[in-house]
Design a protein around this ligand. Sequence first.
Ligand code: GCU
Length: 422
Amino acid sequence: MQRHPLLLSVVFILPAMMFTARASISQDASTVWQANPDLVEKLTRQRREFNYVESKVPTYTLPDPLVSRDGSRVRSPKEWNDSRRGEILDLFRDQVYGRRPDTEYSLRFEQTAEETQAFDGSATGREMKAIIEIGDRSFSFPFVVFLLNNAPGPTPAVIHINNRYFVPLATALEKSDPFWPVEMFIDRGYATASFHTSHVDPDKKDGYAEGIRSFFADGDPPDDTAWRSLSAWGWAASRVLDHLETIDSIDASRVAVSGHSRGGKTSLWAACEDERFAIAYSNNSGCGGAALSRRAYGETVERITSSFPHWFCKPFSDFAGREHELPVDQHEVIALIAPRGVYVASADEDLWADPKGEYASIVAAAPVFERLGKQSIQTPVMPPLGQQRMDGQTGYHIRSGGHGLGELDWGLFLDFADTLLK
Ligand code: GCU
């Protein structure tokens, strides 16, 4: 408040300095988001083995995405696309998420239900089954799609990876659900589709035998660097995209992939593996998602790989307590999605997911967007609580409240998606 008269006089007397004056205001420590000290204290008391204190974050140096393994600097989009991007992708496959199989399969889709007059006739909803076949064996998972009935031309779409539950067509028609608000997408001009992670690969330590990974391996156990559940769920998002590509009313070059928490880790990796996705939206994804592992703030590599051994391939667990030795860090996941769009959202009370580390990843990926000729967020300090920041290919917000995904998050995400897909 006190600063306003000063700002106004600067603006009136010296218009050319306006941006400097504003920049200094938004970088003022009192307006930049910081973890609530009372919450930090409370969480620290509750879980002494995890760090929530900013001053105790280890000093670290991030791997430079623009320096190749042989030490040479990436100087052009061609050098990035032809060699460096592939090097980083391989490191994540071998050390973090695991490698997808190259076994050949066939894929077909079956419609199991349809409503052509959903939401007062504005949309068509369909329940579908993706059927994957290898020889005479088959595996299937259901998903639901909503298309706009009256759009003037092909529309963009959002594929939501639902890590909580499956929403059948009948349920989606009956009541709205803030975790996947179908009617909101339709109102805003987006088609949408969603599936449930556990239908593809059960989200439990001992669920391997019933999932797609075991199906591909014909029951053989996974080796250390084979794909794990996050990668399998991301693979399924790509199969849903295969289906959207066959629908005339959808423009498949404008499809975003989204997810919350473990689903948000998945949406990022899905867009690394599949360059058809135009945007990845990662909500409260934290460790193994948007948050930098080297900060070891909140959830750590040790904790996540021991609690959820089915999410990451074995080598990732070897970096427990040795995050600084990782050959990659999570800003490079964002770099792998460049020059496409990336949206990251955090929540004020979700310190387990390290909001600061989620934001820092975007900034650390900025040199790659720049090398590819695109703009992205570069401001080193976070926006204030409750504010959104968008710059070119990247966007971010931190809202009040705890871990979760709701209509406020979706609305802000769609505001960002509009800038790239509309
Ligand atoms: C746990 C886990 C997180 C994950 C979250 C979720 O809290 O530690 O890594 O993001 O579950 O998926 O809800």
